[in-house]
Write a protein that binds this ligand. Structure first.
Ligand code: CP
Ligand code: NVA
Length: 307
């Protein structure tokens, strides 16, 4: 059966672990597996801007022996002119997998329903599961086991990143804290899904409005831009509403002394995080950015093995 990765809880805890193990092996031996040799093509479609996702998929697909086909929606028939399912039916006759960065999660779901090849969410308004595989790989590298660690996210609790930390974090058996103003609290249905998954894995999800409480004793401190792509018109209100949730050295000092700082990037220094934190000794953001490559290669290998 064709498997897709549209949201983080599409993977069970065991499957997430398998992909992370494979990512470790591929990082050690970058050209070990070439499942796309032929070469087969993977379509990577962007409705929104990208640096890390574009580069890491293009390089990763080439590492696997395949050929990346990078498509900007603005220059394609997708995005108003053709439906996701018609696009999928055209692409599946020619490519091994479809990777898509878009706005609505519903579009990804329609794409996946309409095709026999794996569809990967390369960021939607709701989730960023590829980023989470890289983040979990990075945390594992720096902390060993994921299970039982406490990860605290600060800022927009309704963002794609917050939702993905919730679902992927509890899947890994972590204790996830999300600290945001009440009006930016995570979506209730995602909270319910995370709680259900946490009950199976021994992880947990706790919501905080007080950032100091959320940071206390955490192993991993995380934030993301306050102005996600598509939210630019709300910029002024967001800078005002989220200003108490900035990651500063003071906030970091409440976490464990060996806590690490991660951020999916791009970052707005001085807004969601101070430069002295993101450029400081506890920050592992460059390892995290590199790990996009290894984690996504593992994901593609794993998805292609299932079909
Ligand atoms: N973190 C991330 O997805 O970066 P890009 O927007 O540059 O792809
Ligand atoms: N939340 C951010 C993540 C960027 C990688 C956004 O959607 O713009």
């Amino acid at each position: 059966m064709t498997r897709h990765l549209l949201r983080d809880d599409d993977l069970t805890a065991a499957e997430q672990g398998e992909i992370l193990d494979l990512a470790v092996a591929l990082k050690k031996d970058r050209w070990k597996l070439k499942p796309l040799e032929g070469p087969q093509t993977v379509a990577v479609i962007f409705d929104k801007s990208s640096t890390r996702t574009r580069v890491s998929f293009a390089v990763g697909i080439a590492d696997l022996g395949g050929s990346p086909l990078i498509i900007s929606t603005a220059n394609s028939q997708l995005g108003g002119k053709e439906t996701p399912s018609d696009t999928a039916r055209v692409l599946e006759r020619q490519v091994a997998a479809i990777v898509w960065r878009t706005y609505a999660q519903a579009g990804l779901e329609e794409m996946a329903r309409g095709t026999t090849v794996p569809v990967v969410n390369a960021l939607s308004d709701d989730f960023h599961p590829c980023q989470l595989l890289a983040d979990l790989l990075t945390i594992r590298e720096h902390k060993g086991e994921l299970r039982g660690l406490t990860l605290a996210f600060f800022g927009d609790g309704r963002s794609n990143m917050a939702h993905s930390y919730m679902l992927a974090g509890v899947t890994a058996g972590m204790h996830v804290r999300v600290s945001s103003p009440e009006s930016y609290a995570p979506r209730e249905d995602v909270v319910a899904d995370a709680d259900r998954r946490a009950a199976e894995t021994g992880g947990s999800l706790t919501l905080f409005t007080d950032p100091n409480e959320a940071a206390a004793g955490a192993d991993v401190i995380v934030t993301d831009t306050w102005v996600s792509m598509g939210k630019e018109e709300e910029k002024l209100a967001r800078l005002r509403d989220l200003s108490q949730y900035k990651v500063t050295n003071e906030l970091m000092s409440l976490a464990r002394p060996d806590a690490i700082f991660i951020h999916c990037l791009p970052a707005d220094r001085g807004y969601e995080v101070d430069a002295e934190v993101i450029d400081g000794p506890q920050s592992v953001v460059w390892d995290e950015a590199e790990n996009r490559l290894h984690a996504q290669k593992a994901l593609l290998v794993w998805l292609l093995r299932q079909s």
